[in-house]
Design a protein around this ligand. Structure first.
Ligand SMILES: CC(C)(COP(=O)(O)OP(=O)(O)OC[C@H]1O[C@@H](n2cnc3c(N)ncnc32)[C@H](O)[C@@H]1OP(=O)(O)O)[C@@H](O)C(=O)NCCC(=O)NCCS
Length: 189
């Protein structure tokens, strides 16, 4: 039997792309109403306009999280240890975590880490098809969120801000064993 953590079985999380039929009405993020508002009111429009694609996470039929992905770029100075500069453009292509949130009462159970694993799986796919050097997030400026990205994704801070802090992961610095694990997760769409 799969291990169950605090009522959420991480092995049976279901990841799916948002559709017009998706029932998202139960989603609450009381710490950041803008994230809740985005999912309830804007995510589908963003998707229809090809601005960001949103993925939902369900546990036992309950909506427990979502993340939205878009393409972005980062200034190459943000990526440390560039190596031979002649290979580097002024900006690196990036996969942007445009939004991410775990539903109220489901935080701290490992769902966020599972979402990040799917983000990296998507980045690996992009790396092999169109070029994607970096995963980027403008993290909400609070200690727990920043710690989450550092500890569970290996993100580093590359700037400052009031409401959000820019953080990145350089895909070229991912450990090889990490690559193998993450690649197997890429078929969730
Ligand atoms: C940040 C967030 C997406 C992480 O998802 P999660 O499902 O709680 O993450 P996990 O359970 O996999 O990881 C838990 C880690 O996140 C940290 N965390 C961050 N915010 C937390 C919260 N509100 N409640 C519980 N844990 C939180 C914990 O400290 C924990 O770190 P640790 O394992 O080193 O102790 C989620 O907590 C959340 O939605 N927070 C509010 C919205 C937000 O900040 N979104 C990010 C926008 S950039």
């Amino acid at each position: 039997m799969a291990p169950v953590e605090n009522g959420v079985d991480l092995n049976t999380l279901v990841f799916s792309k948002l559709t017009p039929q998706s029932d998202i009405s139960s989603f609450r993020c009381s710490a950041y109403r803008d994230l809740e508002d985005f999912l309830l009111n804007d995510a589908l429009k963003y998707q229809e306009e090809n601005v960001a694609v949103t993925y939902l996470v369900h546990s036992d039929g309950r909506l427990v999280g979502f993340f939205s992905l878009a393409m972005g770029c980062v200034a190459s100075e943000s990526v440390a240890d560039l190596g031979e500069e002649r290979y580097y453009p002024r900006r690196f292509p990036a996969l942007l975590i445009a939004r991410m949130a775990t539903q109220d009462n489901f935080r701290g159970m490992g769902i966020g880490a599972e979402m990040l694993a799917r983000v990296f799986a998507t980045a690996f796919t992009l790396c092999s098809k169109v070029g994607c050097r970096v995963v980027k997030v403008d993290a909400k400026n609070n200690e727990r969120t920043i710690n989450f990205y550092e500890r569970h994704g290996g993100f580093i801070t590359v700037g400052s801000g009031d409401e959000t802090i820019p953080m990145i992961v350089d895909m070229n610095k991912m450990p090889p064993n990490h690559l193998d694990v993450e690649k197997t997760l890429a078929d969730f769409t």
